[in-house]
Design a protein around this ligand. Structure first.
Ligand SMILES: *Cc1c(COP(=O)(O)O)cnc(C)c1O
Length: 400
């Protein structure tokens, strides 16, 4: 599949070995175990000398088809999957980090990831250093002090900050670190961290990969050597992806290229529209020339993604009145779905922080995260327009 493009891979990759009875679609195999009449064959499969499945916590044909598709889309040697994106992250860090080790990361990682760094890893006596996102010199300085893992996420939640993967991976490898990148926001359609020098790439498949907000899942792709260790940790600790979820994710992934192309386009158009709105103070989208990470994003991403955020005048009160007026957006905590999804950062990605902490992180109280869906963009912009127009001027004019 090396010589075919991402859109074709999204359709065809990874399914062949899991098809049965001449069916053209991968079946949902709900069997917990896989039986063998031939004791020698059972043994050969059990020790990995022969293809096959033994027990559902370890492998399953439907799950395997999902894994293979994302492995090929990320151009990776190996892959393993998980029940959620957080399981992918916690199992990967749990495999790689031991008491006395040090991990360098950024302040703007996904909320759950940030909790692992601030709450759980210190209890395991792992030293955690979280650097200012986007300050490449500061990150390089911390890497050079030595670390077992360099953990990155780009673009980030909610202000879509960009980190230079190639530059950081180079610094990480020089220091002997394993470089991990959470690629959930970009997907392999927009960005391939392994090609930029990362060792492992992680996804919350719950988001753009599945794309329909109806199944949870996660995965990690990379070298056979590293992924085998993480797979071993997962098969014993048990955060296995369910076959039905794997099927839904697999089905969703067939349209990955189409969806991402449309979401890229819609996010860019919405970001440009928002720049022209008086009530909007600030628009964060890496596709905008004024965005701090624009040049790096242009270099390392095929396109700028479906996620953006914007800050409204009048803070929380404007958000409270604006969001219920939108007709074509779910007000919810997920992202990356075919429907547009909106939510205030104080309720979604950074709900565990105080207003002061959010301010220190550059997250205004009036910040709204916007995950562009695949609707017709004229309708999305029209919807925003009518919602803005419905706001009483007194709400934001006093604070202009
Ligand atoms: C949602 C998300 C996760 C966690 O994924 P779950 O499937 O919800 O566990 C991790 N990283 C990023 C960037 C996310 O958006």
């Amino acid at each position: 599949m090396k010589d075919i493009k991402q859109g074709t891979r999204a359709i065809w990759a990874g399914e062949k070995d899991s098809l049965a009875f001449g069916a053209t679609q991968v079946p949902v195999v709900h069997s917990v175990s896989f039986g063998y009449d031939d004791m020698d064959e059972w043994y050969e499969v059990a020790i990995g000398n022969k293809k096959g499945h033994i027990y559902g916590r370890n492998t399953n044909p439907t799950v395997q088809a999902f894994e293979e598709k994302i492995r090929i889309l990320e151009d990776a040697e190996a892959v393993t999957s998980f029940s959620t994106g957080m399981a992918a992250i916690s199992n990967t860090l749990g495999t790689l980090l031991h008491p006395g080790d040090r991990v360098v990361s950024i302040k703007d990682t996904y909320g759950g990831t940030n909790k692992i760094f601030t709450e759980f890893l210190p209890k395991q006596h792992v030293e955690v250093e979280l650097c200012e996102t986007g300050n490449h010199e500061a990150i390089e300085k911390e890497i050079a002090k030595g670390c077992k893992v360099l953990y990155l996420e780009t673009p980030t939640n909610p202000t879509v900050k960009i980190t230079d993967i190639e530059r950081m991976a180079k610094a990480g490898r020089k220091a002997g670190a394993i470089v991990v990148v959470d690629n959930t926001f970009a997907t392999p359609i927009n960005q391939q961290p392994l090609a930029l020098g990362a060792d492992l790439v992680i996804h919350s498949a719950t988001k753009f990969l599945g794309g329909h907000a109806d199944a949870l899942g996660g995965c990690v792709c990379g070298s056979k050597e590293l992924v085998e260790q993480i797979y071993h940790y997962r098969e014993i600790n048990g955060a296995t992806l369910d076959p039905m979820a794997a099927y839904l994710l697999l089905r969703g992934m067939k349209t990955l290229k189409l969806r991402i192309d449309k979401q890229n386009e819609n996010a860019m158009a919405v970001a440009k529209y928002l720049q022209s709105v008086d009530i909007v103070d600030d628009v964060f989208y890496p596709g905008l020339e004024g965005h701090a990470g624009h040049e790096i994003a242009k270099k390392q991403m095929a396109d700028f993604g479906g996620m953006l955020s914007f800050a409204v005048k009048g803070g929380v009160e404007t958000v409270r009145q604006l969001l219920p007026k939108l007709q074509y957006a779910n007000r919810a905590a997920n992202l990356g779905s075919v429907e547009t999804v909106v939510g205030p950062s104080r309720t979604t990605s950074h709900v565990e922080c105080t207003p002061e902490e959010r301010a220190a992180m550059g997250i205004p109280e009036g910040l709204i995260r916007y995950s562009a869906g695949i609707e017709d963009v004229e309708d999305l912009i029209g919807d925003l327009e009518q919602a803005f127009q419905s706001l009483p001027k007194s709400l934001y004019e006093s604070v202009v």
